[in-house]
Design a protein around this ligand. Structure first.
Ligand code: ADP
Ligand code: MG
Length: 594
């Protein structure tokens, strides 16, 4: 007898009592095996492969098919032992039963699809011989007519069952994963009459275990995703705790935390963009599967968090991205927004504190300067007065006359220094009128422009038309302009551009003096308003120019900002209030001698 003949005989032999001679003990062991694979952290495909293997081993089936739904994914998994070892995964259609439960079977009218629907929704005709009491279907001869429906030929019938000519016996069992999900388990054998009632009933228990195992695996997978998500968020919290790291460093580190929190870390790359800066993990690029969430701070979109799969994601996987991952990326974007907000608030606080300390220091120095100026003013008046008297003496020897002349010049210089100190210390109250800043600038520049041109400097005016008047001391405003412009000119020894502009911003009139000169280092920038601070030679500067400007601006209830970059230039911005502040007006009235 040839081998193929033996095979033929095997397939055609009628197995007494059904070939699926599973005993209770086998079904218990099988159930245990199935559950064992549920908590192994296997991918969906690996889980299905292992489970179908044990199902074939224990039931002696030649093929196992599992139909299931997972969210939007409806699939059919088939593993075969005969005719050859193989497995296949494909997407299937689905339909809803009366309870609106999803059934992975199509509305198609083949016998098999109809059977799947009947078994899944438990609509079956119990009068028919092929159903167990629990509603599982089985047949020992798929070629035989199923019911009274006219079937042209046995082969055509097998065709209409869609199970192919290889399988003569079929058992179709329903299992429950959760209240929304019904699965179908098909056991197939090439042997005729392989399944019989009792064997199928034992398999029903196994099918229920399969439902439990699937539910278990899903719960475990969900838990694993949740753990990854929490690990990621915890990691972010930890990064933020490390106080002395910069925002950039924080964002770079957060970016690195993202790929491990996704389903397929090996092919996942992440990118966080904030304003102009981008932080990426290696290989990040625009990809087919990509997910993003905006970073919104104070209602403004400041950046985006992106996660991309660099390669096609593994086939059969849910997604492209899990619902948890959608939520996670949103959570990360929100977290980043909070971090940026907090960091910026802290920086702003530090800046204000720095300003406060600076103002406080200037005020202290101001008091000292005022005291010294007062003390010196009196004796200086005497020195100058008596020197001038001495000059008037007749018959003064020439040498003595020259000496007295020197005393007078030195005293006048000292008086000027003291006057400046007093302006800085606000001991020279402004004589306020209604003035127009544009007018002050025009008049001032008229005298300064010649000096600029000589130094190869182009003067650009940007005066706002119809600039409102302010209440201020025009002579002092002129002093501000002169001091700022002279500094700018000195900072551009080989020429450049000086821009003087005015404008209104909120409740202030602004005077902006900008140069393209040497600029200042951070260290110099922190000291410019201190009296006697200078980086210039003795005959070039006394270090009182900006101290005086500061005194005048403060006396007018305004403020002054400076921004500078070494090698690029400097910009001074003077803010003068449009409406005179209450306190400065009162102070003026107190101070003004009647
Ligand atoms: P002085 O001009 O007499 O040195 P200031 O109070 O006017 O005193 O200026 C103090 C210092 O601030 C200067 O010595 C210089 O170092 C710096 N500075 C002021 N304005 C500018 C500017 N426009 N560009 C570069 N540095 C400047
Ligand atoms: Mg100066």
């Amino acid at each position: 007898m040839s081998g193929s003949q033996a095979e033929e005989d095997r397939l055609d032999s009628v197995v007494p009592g059904g070939g699926c001679g599973m005993r209770i003990e086998d079904s218990v062991r099988l159930s245990r095996e199935i559950l064992h694979w549920a908590n192994r952290g296997l991918s969906r495909t690996d889980f299905l492969r292992e489970v179908s293997k044990v199902l074939m081993d224990f039931t002696g089936s030649d093929a196992v098919e599992i139909r299931l739904s997972d969210g939007d994914l409806h699939y059919r998994w088939e593993a075969t032992r005969r005719p050859k070892n193989a497995s296949r995964f494909e997407l299937v259609r689905w339909t809803l039963d009366d309870d609106r439960t999803v059934i992975p079977a199509s509305q198609g009218n083949t016998d098999l699809e109809r059977l799947c629907r009947d078994v899944a929704s438990r609509h079956f005709d119990s009068a028919l011989p092929f159903f167990t009491d629990n509603g599982s279907f089985w047949t020992g001869d798929t070629w035989a007519p199923l019911c009274a429906s006219p079937v042209t030929s046995p082969e055509a019938h097998a065709e209409s069952l869609c199970i192919g000519g290889h399988y003569r016996s079929l058992a179709l069992l329903r299992f429950v994963v959760d209240d929304q999900t019904i699965g179908l388990l098909h056991l197939k054998s090439q042997q005729r009459d392989y399944f019989a009632g009792e064997g199928v009933e034992l398999c029903e228990g196994v099918a229920q275990t399969l439902g439990l195992a699937v539910a278990d695996r899903r719960a475990e997978a969900a838990l694993r995703e949740r753990v990854k998500e929490l690990t990621c968020l915890y990691g972010i919290a930890q990064i933020v705790e490390q106080i002395p790291i910069s925002l950039k460093e924080i964002l770079q580190r957060i970016t690195k935390l993202l790929p491990p929190a996704w389903q397929y870390p090996e092919i996942t790359a992440a990118c966080i963009t904030l304003d102009e800066d981008s932080f990426v993990t290696p290989g990040f690029r625009k990809a087919r599967y990509q997910q993003s969430a905006d970073i919104v701070i104070d209602g403004r979109r400041r950046g985006v968090v992106k996660v991309a799969y660099l390669e096609e994601k593994p086939e059969l996987a849910a997604g492209p991205f899990l619902v948890e991952e959608e939520k996670l990326i949103d959570a990360v974007a929100r977290e980043v927004a909070l971090i940026v907000e907090r960091k910026e608030a802290a920086e702003e606080k530090a800046r204000l504190q720095g300003q406060l300390i600076h103002a406080d220091r200037l005020a202290t120095i101001g008091q000292l300067a005022a005291g010294v100026a007062h003390e010196l003013n009196e004796p200086l008046g005497s020195i100058l007065g008596f020197a001038q008297l001495a000059m008037k003496c007749p018959n003064l020897p020439e040498q003595a006359e020259q000496d007295v002349e020197k005393i007078i010049t030195a005293s006048l210089y000292t008086r000027e220094v003291i006057r400046k100190l007093m302006v800085f210390a606000r001991q020279m109250p402004p004589k306020k009128h209604q003035v127009n800043l544009n007018r002050v600038v025009e008049d001032g520049l008229y005298f300064l422009e010649a000096r600029c041109t000589k130094a190869g400097i182009t003067v650009v005016r940007g005066l706002a038309p119809q600039l409102p008047d302010i209440t201020a001391d025009p002579a002092q405003l002129n002093q501000i302009l002169v001091n700022l412009v002279v500094n700018a000119v000195q900072a551009m020894p080989s020429g450049g551009t000086l821009t003087v502009s005015t404008r209104v911003s909120d409740a202030y009139v602004l005077l902006v003096v900008e140069d393209t000169g040497t600029g200042m280092s951070e260290e110099v920038l922190g000291k410019v308003f201190l009296p006697f601070f200078t980086t210039k030679d003795v005959d070039e500067g006394t270090g009182l120019g900006l101290a005086v400007v500061h005194g005048i601006v403060t006396a007018h209830g305004g403020s002054i900002d400076v921004a500078s970059r070494p090698g690029q230039g400097t910009r001074f911005e003077v803010h003068l209030p449009l409406i005179e502040a209450e306190e400065t007006r009162e102070a003026d009235q107190d101070d003004t001698p009647s």
